[in-house]
Design a protein around this ligand. Structure first.
Ligand SMILES: [Zn+2]
Length: 270
């Protein structure tokens, strides 16, 4: 005898699961709002059990000594628009040098690449929301902005079991409406102050040269892990910046000395 769930019942169950996920996600916003001076735990440690939706258990992030960017020359490498076909390779490159980075994910790219998203967090990197389909947010209504961000937040939380506290508006395009929605969703806006223009010049040597020569202490560097030329540039970037004395940290680590406020835009860790 086969056990089949009637379609109507399946919809009710799916609705209940979505409701639980949504409530779990909402509860994740609480601490960041209640105490804005606390750094959101985007990349450190698992959340309390009550906040974790019923998804696959995470491996704990590998331990490493805490980095104090007030004492160490820190830089945050950020990779947008993934996950993509080259992301797993990039993770191996970062792991080889114990470098941490931050990934701003397109929600529409997550399906089929859930494992690499989980791997990003498991290896100590941070993850942020880069909308569902990469629109210019300052051309959208607040309702549309909210939908773009919420859909991706929900997808990330469903896959990782972790709340999301960072977002990056596509093209860095933000305004007071985007800021308001981000604040209400508990998301800090992470922009950048060093642009490698890697999407324009698909040339590893040029991308590496820009990243290495333009970086200063506390900078947030923009790259895209959907371009193979960028991923191929990463070993050289890591070598070159390490030679200049940099430590590679996540955005939450970079901003740890500052209060990270939902809605506020951050360009730099200084
Ligand atoms: Zn982007």
């Amino acid at each position: 005898m086969r056990f089949a769930i009637p379609a109507g019942r399946a919809r009710i169950i799916a609705g209940a699961v979505a409701g639980v996920l949504f409530l779990g996600w909402l509860s994740g916003l609480g601490p960041a709002r209640a105490n804005e001076t606390r750094v959101p735990a985007a990349a450190s440690g698992p959340p309390p059990a009550a906040r974790r939706p019923a998804v696959r258990r995470q491996r704990p992030a590998p331990s490493r000594p805490p980095v104090d960017c007030r004492k160490v020359k820190c830089v945050a490498l950020t990779f947008d628009d993934g996950p993509g076909p080259y992301t797993a390779r990039l993770l191996r490159m970062l792991a080889a040098r114990h470098a941490k980075a931050t990934f701003f994910l397109i929600g529409g790219n997550i399906h089929g690449r859930e494992a690499v998203v989980r791997q990003e967090l498991a290896e100590g990197h941070a993850i942020g929301d880069h909308t569902w389909s990469h629109p210019d947010l300052d051309n959208l209504s607040e309702k549309q902005v909210r939908a773009q961000l919420t859909r991706t937040l929900t997808a990330i939380t469903r896959v990782t079991g972790r709340p999301v506290t960072l977002m990056r508006p596509p093209y860095g395009a933000t305004d007071r409406h985007v800021a308001k929605v981000a604040r209400r969703l508990g998301l800090a806006q992470v922009i950048w102050n060093v642009d490698t223009d890697d999407w324009l010049d698909r040339n590893s040597a040029i991308v590496a040269h820009r990243a290495i020569t333009r970086a200063h202490r506390g900078d947030i560097i923009l790259m895209h892990d959907i371009h193979p030329t960028t991923v191929r540039a990463v070993p050289k970037i890591l070598r070159g910046l390490a030679k200049r004395g940099f430590t590679f940290v996540t955005v939450p680590e970079l901003l740890a000395a500052h209060p990270i406020k939902p809605g506020r835009a951050y360009f730099h860790g200084g």
